[in-house]
Design a protein. Structure first.
Length: 138
């Protein structure tokens, strides 16, 4: 797996995947609104704190489970720097916004633009697989 975390001239981070399947997508931090593609289909959305190197292990777990399920859902991975960033893109979906570091990384299952499952905090491979299987593919 190959990815890099970059920052643009405004200091906004993004994650870019190289050589990964089309259903694995890196997202930019702090968008003004949720991306239109996340409003259709079945998604696992991982949001991780860019300032916490330990959380980057969650990226490996998310990519691994997405590959295991071979496109049953799309994976979006978004870095964030502050909890306020969630308001613009997550709040319109009526999602819970994390407020403390002990509740990251954040995992959201989206189906046709609706949040159908949420988990805050680290997940091991078995727990992540259970989260995926708990929500039927749309």
């Amino acid at each position: 797996m190959s990815y890099q975390i970059t920052a643009d001239f405004e200091g906004r981070f993004a994650i870019e995947f190289e050589g990964e399947p089309h259903f694995i997508r890196g997202l930019r931090m702090a968008p003004d609104r949720i991306e239109p593609e996340l409003m259709t289909g079945d998604w696992l959305l991982l949001t991780f704190a860019v300032w916490d190197a330990y959380e980057r292990k969650s990226i490996d777990a998310a990519v691994g489970i997405a590959k295991e399920h071979a496109g049953r859902f799309s994976l979006g991975v978004r870095p964030f720097e502050s909890f306020e960033e969630f308001e613009a893109w997550l709040h319109p979906l009526a999602g819970q916004v994390p407020k403390e570091a002990s509740r990251v990384p954040c995992w959201h299952r989206l189906n046709s633009g609706e949040i159908v499952a949420t988990h805050f905090g680290p997940l091991d491979a078995a727990s992540l697989d259970a989260l995926i299987r708990r929500v039927p593919a749309g």
